[in-house]
Design a protein around this ligand. Structure first.
Ligand SMILES: C[S@@+](CC[C@H](N)C(=O)[O-])C[C@H]1O[C@@H](n2cnc3c(N)ncnc32)[C@H](O)[C@@H]1O
Length: 478
């Protein structure tokens, strides 16, 4: 939203030695022009690939795996033995980075986990004769993730939470470049884990994006307590599968009876028709994560949502705009405040980020806060537990008037949120028709989807208000 006020960081201005800045077509070129045949390599290494599985271009989704003939449900499509996935073990980290010199390594935020495996990938990419070269050479040369967008297209996203994430990643990569450079500055050429190649924010960004868009988090080693740790790994060939929320394949892990190591399999979850792509579900993610990590946006994504900050003054303004008389979001009574603390919307370390849209429509914590703050009837509130107050399917637990006021407040919040976007969906659509670059198109598609989420929430709540009012009228007439 306040895009113009933010300082834009982008890796687009960096001229990497090892990576082009931004994808320009739907079919990103690979690291080398004619990479080795990945399917043959997997088979040579003891893996299995179903004879009807081939790598082909999959519409606008880049390359994908396609079934060249019908495959029955339950068939094994790919099996990878334990030595094929690219992963790191805890001890390897130390040697990978000369960690004592990289003080920020330990502090890498969870969402930047991809960089850890990315460092390993970059080192394997630089290593002459790497075991994984047949895989690495098949990786895309560029990624359409926003860290590589020109500054103008980062602004074109028009959505502050994503701008914040993009900035955070770009700043991290620029800092990390310095740290990595520092960690290798006094090494003898033979000890340089990057084979003497320049490592800069762009090549680190390439590696982070390769990992975030292709790695899977699977079971690693068995822990003494019998559970397994969760290890991100790159799965050659399996990572040629594109995404769908209605996948026809899934990944399974099994112990190899020959050596008790892990086998990773892709199995047909449904029958696969001839010429159909083999699709996995990357996760029930919102478009922020799809764009940040994978570089694409899903239209009408049922998991897409918008983030808002729980803010008493904003809620008062929304409530007044919705015609609710004297709301007291900025000055809750002490019993209301207690409930806000239980909802973690008040107190010492409140989590003020709340969401609209997605599976919940109104995040439960926000809905409960609205219901509770829009009533003065403490006794009725106390008759319900927190889960009921948070649930949209609970039938107006504090009465119809209260429910209508809560929904109208959210509708007004939506109007305010829509007003923060500098353009309307119609403007966006006509820009798309004019023909724009890949990054501009992605940014515009992203913001269209965010606005659509808001409009869908408003539509849904307006219907609910109408039906509540109709119910109220019927009750009054009886
Ligand atoms: C795990 S890789 C899949 C193989 C990839 N298409 C390739 O050419 O190497 C994930 C990438 O594929 C593309 N992709 C996968 N599913 C997609 C979808 N449903 N829509 C658009 N792009 C998709 C995105 O570029 C994503 O970052």
């Amino acid at each position: 939203m306040a895009a113009s006020k933010m300082v834009m960081a982008s890796l687009n201005h960096c001229r990497p030695l090892t990576c082009a800045a931004m994808v320009t077509t739907s079919y990103p070129t690979r690291l080398v022009p004619h990479p080795p045949d990945l399917i043959k390599w997997v088979r040579r290494e003891g893996g299995f690939v179903h004879q009807a599985v081939k790598i082909l271009q999959d519409g606008n989704n880049g390359f994908g795996l396609i079934a060249t003939q019908a495959i029955p449900k339950g068939s094994e499509l790919i099996v990878l033995p334990d030595h094929i996935p690219l992963k790191f073990g805890p001890l390897e980290l130390f040697t990978l980075l000369n960690m004592s010199k990289l003080d920020m390594w330990e502090h890498l935020a969870e969402e930047l986990w991809a960089m850890k495996l990315g460092v390993k990938l970059l080192q394997e990419r630089a290593k002459v004769g790497s075991f994984w070269w047949p895989y690495i050479s098949n990786l895309p040369e560029t990624y359409s993730v926003p860290i590589f967008f020109p500054g103008e297209d980062i602004k074109n996203l028009q959505y502050a939470p994503l701008l914040h994430q993009v900035n955070k990643r770009c700043r991290f990569l620029l800092d990390f470049e310095q740290q990595v450079k520092h960690s290798i500055e006094n090494l003898k050429p033979n000890d340089d884990p990057y084979g003497g190649q320049d490592v800069d924010a762009s090549s680190l960004g390439w590696a982070m994006s390769a990992v975030s868009s292709r790695a899977f988090r699977l079971y690693g080693k068995k822990l003494p307590n019998g559970t397994y740790n969760d290890v991100p790994m790159m799965l050659p060939l399996i990572d040629m599968c594109n995404h769908s929320f209605n996948p026809n394949a899934q990944i399974l892990q099994e112990q190899d009876p020959r050596n008790s190591k892990m086998l990773i399999k892709v199995v047909a979850e449904t029958p696969v028709k001839q010429e159909n792509p083999i699709l996995l579900n990357y996760g029930c993610l919102n478009n922020d994560l799809f764009l940040l990590d994978y570089g694409f946006v899903i239209p009408s994504n049922p998991y897409d949502c918008i983030e808002l900050r729980y803010d008493g003054a904003l809620l008062d303004a929304a409530s007044i705009a919705a015609g609710v008389s004297s709301p007291n979001f900025s000055s809750p009574t002490s019993w209301q405040q207690q409930i806000l603390s239980q909802l973690n919307l008040d107190g010492e370390a409140p989590v003020l980020k709340v969401t609209l849209g997605g599976q919940e429509l109104i995040e439960g914590r926000l809905l409960a806060a609205l219901r509770v703050l829009l009533t003065s009837d403490m006794e009725t509130v106390q008759k319900h537990d927190l889960d009921t107050l948070k649930s949209l399917s609970a039938n107006a637990p504090l009465g119809i008037a209260n429910e209508v006021a809560a929904f109208r407040t959210v509708i007004a919040l939506c109007v305010i949120a829509l007003g923060h976007f500098p353009t309307k969906i119609m403007d966006d659509e006509s820009l798309l028709k004019q023909g724009v670059s890949t990054s501009t198109e992605l940014a515009i598609q992203f913001r269209i989807q965010k606005k659509s989420v808001i409009i869908d929430v408003m539509r849904d709540l307006t219907k609910r208000v109408k039906s509540l009012l109709a119910k109220d009228m019927t009750t009054a007439q009886i």
